[in-house]
Design a protein around this ligand. Structure first.
Ligand SMILES: C[S@@+](CC[C@H](N)C(=O)[O-])C[C@H]1O[C@@H](n2cnc3c(N)ncnc32)[C@H](O)[C@@H]1O
Length: 266
């Protein structure tokens, strides 16, 4: 005789993985189309694909699949090793990466970890042309202003995205404003994951200075733009901070742009 559903679900260990895989495809809008290849040689072709797929398309994160897998591996590692602390992303655009963080915690029934969604919700800040000339040039360019719209997404749209996926609950907190004003005094006790995706030097530095001291040993710092040498000084901000704090934890490559390290020392 065939098994009843109640008997089948007792062996449903695969359900979280099935849900998370489906979710990654939905958030990246890759059910029927391929994502742009971040490592392709032609920058012009990449930008064209990026605009079509993310800016004009329905993707809810502009992270490629490899970076969502990286988030998943990091969060799962911190759960498996009982690393205390909440999860934060600084720079969320439409919210997809933070939605995915909440979904991982929900899928495994993890209690006691919150997700912090930090953004101006009005796009990238104006870089100083004197000290940050290549950022200022990119920022005032036509593509950034007219096509990317400085990556501005209204907070209500981000909340709607969370809501649409049944991920908006009391465990999700929004920190609206510039990082220099919101992060330092944010009511976050400890962090296990800090994912920095604010693109620019100041945004990266403000996030490191504002949050790193709260990162647990065994927690992760993920830097989305470490390899984006052509239009940001993100790498410089990270390298300077690591030097100042004498951090020598290995920087691990996710793809040509995104890197992370796992904190091993106080
Ligand atoms: C590249 S997008 C983030 C992409 C996002 N992580 C995703 O999953 O698609 C950069 C975001 O950083 C925000 N941002 C950058 N610098 C900021 C700052 N200093 N303060 C607040 N928000 C900032 C922008 O508003 C924008 O939403």
């Amino acid at each position: 005789m065939s098994k009843k559903i109640t008997e089948l679900v007792s062996g449903a260990e695969q359900a979280p993985a099935l849900y998370l895989n489906l979710l990654k495809k939905s958030l990246t809008n890759t059910f029927f189309v391929e994502e742009p290849d971040v490592d392709q040689e032609s920058q012009a072709q990449f930008v064209q694909g990026f605009v079509q797929h993310y800016i004009q398309g329905a993707a809810i994160t502009m992270l490629p699949m490899a970076r969502l897998n990286n988030i998943q591996n990091a969060v799962e590692d911190t759960i498996n090793n009982d690393i205390p602390g909440d999860l934060v992303e600084t720079g969320v655009w439409r919210g997809g990466a933070t939605m995915f963080m909440r979904a991982i915690l929900k899928a495994y029934g993890v209690q006691g970890k919150d997700v912090w969604v930090a953004d101006s919700f009005e796009g990238l800040p104006e870089p100083d042309p004197e000290s940050r000339p290549i950022e200022a040039k990119a920022h005032s360019g036509k593509v950034m202003k007219d096509v990317y719209k400085k990556f501005a997404v209204d907070i209500d749209e981000v909340k709607r995205n969370f809501q649409a996926y049944d991920l908006l609950d009391e465990r999700v907190h929004f920190l609206k404003g510039w990082f220099k004003d919101t992060l330092k005094d944010a009511p976050i006790d400890k962090l296990s994951i800090m994912r920095l995706d604010g693109d620019y030097y100041e945004s990266t530095r403000d996030a490191l200075v504002g949050l790193y001291d709260r990162l647990s040993i065994g927690g992760y710092v993920i830097i989305d733009d470490y390899g984006e040498a052509g239009w940001t000084y993100c790498k410089q901000a990270v390298d300077e901070f690591r030097d100042e704090r004498k951090i020598d934890d290995e920087l691990v490559k996710v793809d040509s742009k995104c890197y992370y390290w796992k904190r091993t020392k106080a």
